[in-house]
Design a protein around this ligand. Structure first.
Ligand code: HXC
Length: 257
């Protein structure tokens, strides 16, 4: 069908992207992958947008990669098409991305949430990597990112047994930043996103890059990277404005330059 698998809406400087394949619990097929990455890339490139929120439905953030779409694929097709490699374009985006997760975030859905910069969970959220029950394992970073977020013991148990984690356990384990009541999830995510989008966009992008370095390199290299980027911030107008506003006891008016 020509119907879009996502809905997009702009509120101020925030772009809200809602996954919209309700009949398949937002299972991530090729079309959804293409449309979501295109929408996120467009927001990244738009100077009028400072943060993205990605959400699903009350029942499911996303119930995984689309099992029906991949079930009969051959090794040659998976390899030649380098299935799931497109997500590297998503993780390369520099704009901050908030995942607002209610209901199931399973398999590729959990992996998508973990590819965002922070996860806000509804009290109904359930996280899991149940791929092993299908005779496969996580394929969009789950075995790596989940292990870094929650540690080896929990990641191993979840990936080997398919056990789901509820929102409270996910918060205790460090997978999500906060748990909020389900009926206020998207509004709270929008508030967080509006706060981020009110900051200088280039400074927020550099900050995201610096925090992500903590996952990619040694402490010494990461601290050195942070210091160099910190120095570079003094070439921006927004650093001058932010510090002047503090000294003058007024709100900063960032121009994103
Ligand atoms: C395709 C899916 C789907 C998926 C659900 N659906 N998950 N279709 N891919 N990942 C479809 C169902 O087939 C069904 O379609 C409809 O959505 C509603 O789902 P139900 O199962 O009827 O709902 P419910 O009984 O409420 O159970 C919810 C659920 C269950 C517990 C989330 O749907 C489930 O276990 N889904 C699969 C979860 C999973 O294994 N995810 C990992 C996928 S693999 P019909 O047409 O019957 O109504 C993955 C791999 C990542 O992500 C990369 C490595 C390979």
């Amino acid at each position: 069908t020509g119907d879009s698998t996502i809905l997009t809406e702009t509120r101020g400087r925030v772009r809200l992207i809602t996954l919209n394949r309700p009949k398949a619990l937002n299972a991530i097929n090729a079309q959804l992958t293409r449309e979501l990455i295109a929408a996120a890339s467009a927001a990244d490139a738009d100077p009028g947008i400072g943060c993205i929120v990605i959400t699903g439905s009350a029942k499911a953030f996303a119930a995984g990669a689309d099992i029906k779409e991949m079930q009969s694929a051959t090794y040659a097709e998976m390899y030649a098409g380098d299935r799931f490699a497109d997500w590297e374009r998503f993780t390369a985006l520099r704009i901050p991305i908030v995942a607002a997760v209610a209901g199931f975030a399973l398999g590729g859905g959990c992996e998508l949430a973990m590819m965002c910069d922070l996860i806000l969970a509804a009290d109904t959220a359930q996280f899991g990597q149940p791929e092993i029950k299908l005779g496969v394992m996580p394929g969009i970073g789950g075995s790596q990112r989940l292990t870094r977020f929650v540690g080896k013991a929990k990641a191993m148990e979840m990936c080997l047994t398919g056990r789901m984690m509820d929102a409270a356990e996910a918060e205790r384990a460090g997978l999500v930043s906060r748990v909020v009541p389900a009926d206020g999830l998207v509004e709270e995510a929008m508030r967080v996103a509006e706060t981020i989008a009110g900051m200088s966009k280039p400074i927020a992008m550099m900050t995201k890059e610096a925090v992500n370095r903590a996952y990619e390199t040694t402490l010494t290299e990461g601290v050195r990277f942070e210091r160099r980027v910190f120095h570079a911030m003094f070439a921006t107008q927004d650093q001058k404005e932010g510090m002047a506003a503090f000294v003058e006891k007024r709100a900063a008016k960032f121009t994103h330059g």
